[in-house]
Unconditional design. Structure first.
Length: 171
């Protein structure tokens, strides 16, 4: 059984999500916002974040997968296309964690082909050590230097997404 070392409490996640939600509410006033969650990892963060944004907005999801175990395969596979029309709209991509940046790079490239008015990134965790691509993260709830974390949507081989807080995983 792996060790789960508590890293970010559910209270801290709630407080930060609330702050970021308020900021997004101010920044997107008068804009045509679509929150686009990146599946699967962002599903819980997305559900909490959208309820902290008090302006009207649409919700969509893009599915992308790159990980096996604790390292990226480097190959990004799209598992779900968006349902809504992105043309001339303000897209805010909602991610669980930015690691090398490869996944978001591919997704931003794809979204730009749909001619949106703007594309920005909001992530629960911005993890720095292995960054390979320059990614402009507009909103980050938490910063992390390194490690492999699970819980609150984040998985290890599809497990532990249901844990209510975030843990450092020691295998
Ligand atoms: P990137 O393409 O290297 O930036 O990887 C991003 C994706 O890898 C995220 O959307 C996660 O699904 C997964 N990932 C990266 N680091 C972690 C981690 O520490 N725990 C769980 N999943 C991770
Ligand atoms: Mg994952």
């Amino acid at each position: 059984m792996p060790d789960f070392i508590p890293l970010i409490s559910k209270e801290a996640i709630y407080a930060r999500t609330r702050e970021i939600g308020k900021q997004i509410t101010m920044d997107y006033k008068g804009k045509d916002l679509i929150l686009v969650g990146i599946l699967k990892g962002a599903f819980i963060f997305m559900a909490d974040l959208c309820r902290q944004i008090s302006i009207d907005h649409d919700i969509d999801f893009i599915g992308a997968s790159s990980y096996e175990g604790t390292s990226s395969t480097g190959q990004i596979v799209f598992t779900k296309q968006p349902d809504l029309e992105f043309k001339d709209r303000d897209i805010l991509l909602v991610e669980d964690i930015v690691d090398t940046g490869a996944t978001l790079c591919k997704i931003v490239e794809f979204v730009n082909l749909l001619n949106p008015k703007s594309v920005n990134i909001c992530t629960l965790i911005d993890k720095h050590e292995r960054r390979k691509r320059k990614i402009d993260v507009k909103y980050a709830c938490f910063s992390l230097e390194k490690g492999f974390i699970v819980g609150y949507g984040l998985d290890y081989n599809e497990k532990y997404r249901n844990k209510p807080a975030i843990y450092d995983l020691k295998i």
